[in-house]
Design a binder for this molecule. Sequence first.
Ligand code: SF4
Length: 214
Amino acid sequence: MGSGEMLRQIYQRLYDHFGPQHWWPGETPFEVLVGAILTQNANWQNVEKAIANLRDAGVLDLEKMSELPPDLLAGYIRPSGYYNIKAGRLRNLLAHINQAHGGDLDAFLGQDAAVLREELLSIRGIGPETADSMILYAAQKPVFVVDAYTHRILSRHDLIAEDYGYQEIQELFTDNLAEDVALFNEYHALLVRTGKEYCRKSAPRCDRCPLRGL
Ligand code: SF4
């Protein structure tokens, strides 16, 4: 079976098993951007608490958050962990949107995906996974998000070598699947779900996994 067929089969089995995942759990593009930084090295429940703090304080908004003193911002996002570092990263992102785009979030996100990606990757603290999550889930443009679960599942099914890097894995998807925002959105979410429930780092639950035998 070729890589394209294998990727399509994986998707179909996961979708049939889990159904739609309704990602990203953010109400606005700005909230998705904030969530993408807060979720670095954190579980989503803790990110939700941090986002709730920001919402309750009325600062889940580009202009208002830009005016917040750094220590206050760090305090609100404390539940997500690494809060001083993440506050710095959020401020770097806000500074970029304010300086390069006059604070116009739509103009920032409306750019060509390659340009947007380059800008995001130039911001300190934003790597490929965070940048691509923002492009896919906030800007709604078709880039495939790769994470540790993607790497683990694909390497365990011999679709990639253990030493494959981010870009090689991403190209495997984009070279073999149609560039479709809804598909990329759902596929990434399904891989995360599979990684959490079945394809654990140690003791994977292959006997009950929808991808068993593939
Ligand atoms: S748990 Fe087993 S069957 Fe499921 S994705 Fe991982 S390696 Fe494959």
